[in-house]
Each structure stands twice: as C-alpha cells, then as structure tokens.
Design a protein around this ligand. Structure first.
Ligand SMILES: C[S@@+](CC[C@H](N)C(=O)[O-])C[C@H]1O[C@@H](n2cnc3c(N)ncnc32)[C@H](O)[C@@H]1O
Length: 252
C-alpha cells in the first residue's frame, strides 16, 4: 500500500519549490503540492500590502500555526499603470530583492515553498523568481489546476470541442484588439477582467458572442459567482474574475 506521504514526496533542503495551489478550493491541489506545503521549511508568498495573499489564503487549510513564513509584499499593484516606466523599475527592483531574500534561505540549506495560485507558469509572479534563481539553486515547479480550468468546470462549460481553437486573452488589451482577436477564435478565455469588465462586455457583444459568454467570480472559492455575461450589470469585477466563451465545434 502506497502512503500519501510516499506519493506526495517531501521537500529537500536548499531547494526552491514553486507550488501551484490551484484555483481556490484547496481540494483541487495536487498531492505533490499538498505534500510540499506540509513539508517545506519556509512558506513564501506574494501579497498586496497589508493583505493575506491569494495563494496563501488558498493553502491556509494546510498551514499549521507557527510555520516559518516569508511575505513578499508588492510595493505597487494598481496605483501606477503597468506601462509606466516607474512601475517596471519598482517591480523589477522588488523581484530582485525578493529573489535575494529567497536565495539567502536556500543558501542556508532551507527548503522554500513559494505558493502560486493556479499554475505557477501561467501568468504567475513565481516565474520572476524562477528566472532569477533557477541557474544557481535546484528549483522544482509543481503544476497546478489553473483558475480557468477550475472556472469552466464549475460553470459547467466544456470549453473546446473537436478542433476548436481556444484563445486566452487578458482584459487589459485595448477594446479594438480584444474585438479583433475574439472575431478570429472559436473559443476564448478572458483573464484579468476586474476593472476592465465594462470594456470586455462591449467587445464580446460587438463580436456577436454575448449569448455564449459566461462571467465567473472567484471560481471554486466559497463566495463563487457564476452568471451569463449578459446578466452581469457591474462595470468592474474583483481580482478573481474571468469571462469564458465556449467553442461550438464537433459535439458528436
Ligand atoms: C495573474 S493571473 C494568475 C493566473 C493563475 N496562475 C492561474 O493559473 O490561473 C490572475 C487572473 O487569473 C484569473 N483567475 C485565476 N483564478 C481564478 C478564479 N478562481 N476565479 C476567477 N478568475 C480566476 C483572473 O482573471 C485573475 O485576474
């Protein structure tokens, strides 16, 4: 009989683990992720100033009190537009400093688990640590169930049939570009909807896709909301909001 611990494996000293903790419901975490959250010496996570951190909240049921933790607080999030050179320089300096803090722990022989919501290699801040540290330290990235996968499952929306082409877009795109890309695809997922919700809805409607579009907030989390985009009156959504347009290919 294989035990859960044998299946999940334990953390090795001096290794950085980028741990994908899944879309929100802790039960969607992989065995490897859960095993590492339980066994790393130090839990690390990114967060907004004064906030708990999304990945930390998702993994909370598996983190005992008294565990060593390191908070990596973004100096800015939405205060400065991402296209502003000041944003790039502040965030880049922050990532370099964060990587230095993690490197210190790794050099001292500690195993560090950097939590990442969804999958670490899918729009994850964890990638900036991987880029800075993977040449000098052992790094293992543990894949996770992506937010979009959790969302289309909870919304009961099979996303691609047959040879449907799926396009992943971000709500940060200009409206005209969103529209152009929506016109060229069979199925779409629009990430980072948040304060771009009104623009996203206009683009989806202009592309003739409003009937099929589903809006999901905090998918798989306790306060999840799912509704047709056409029935969502708000002009902005929370950080965890996403729009899905399922394909209509070969449903045999
Ligand atoms: C910076 S990306 C991180 C994506 C993450 N690494 C993943 O694998 O899903 C954050 C965006 O993912 C989407 N997202 C992730 N999880 C979600 C969830 N549970 N419910 C709704 N949207 C989610 C939202 O659009 C959010 O703005």
């Amino acid at each position: 009989m294989i035990t859960l611990e044998t299946l999940a494996g334990k953390a090795q000293g001096g290794t950085l683990y980028g741990i994908g903790v899944g879309p929100g419901d802790a039960r969607y975490m992989t065995l490897r992720a859960a095993g590492l959250v339980a066994s790393v010496d130090v839990i690390a996570y990114f967060c907004k100033r004064g906030m708990t951190g999304n990945a930390r909240s998702i993994a909370a049921p598996l983190i005992d009190r008294g565990r060593e933790e390191i908070r990596l607080e973004y100096p800015v999030t939405e205060e400065i537009p991402v296209c502003d050179p000041d944003y790039a320089s502040q965030i880049s300096a922050f990532y370099t400093d964060a990587a230095g803090r993690l490197a210190g722990l790794l050099r001292d022989g500690h195993s560090v688990g950097l939590l990442a919501e969804g999958d670490p290699f899918f729009y994850g801040s964890c990638m900036h640590m991987w880029r800075r540290l993977a040449a000098d330290f052992p790094v293992e990235i543990v894949p996770g169930v992506t937010g979009m996968s959790g969302c289309w499952t909870k919304a009961n929306v099979p996303i691609t049939w047959g040879d449907d082409i799926l396009t992943v877009l971000t709500g940060t795109l200009p409206e005209a570009e969103l529209l152009a890309r929506l016109r060229q695809t069979d199925a779409a997922v629009i990430m980072k909807v948040g304060r771009h919700l009104a623009k996203v809805r206009r683009a989806v409607e202009a592309a003739g896709l409003l009937e099929r579009a589903v809006y999901i907030e905090r998918g798989t989390m306790p306060d999840e909301r799912i509704m047709p985009l056409s029935q969502c009156p708000a002009d902005r959504g929370p950080y965890f909001s996403i729009v899905m347009i399922p394909g209509q290919g070969r449903a045999l």
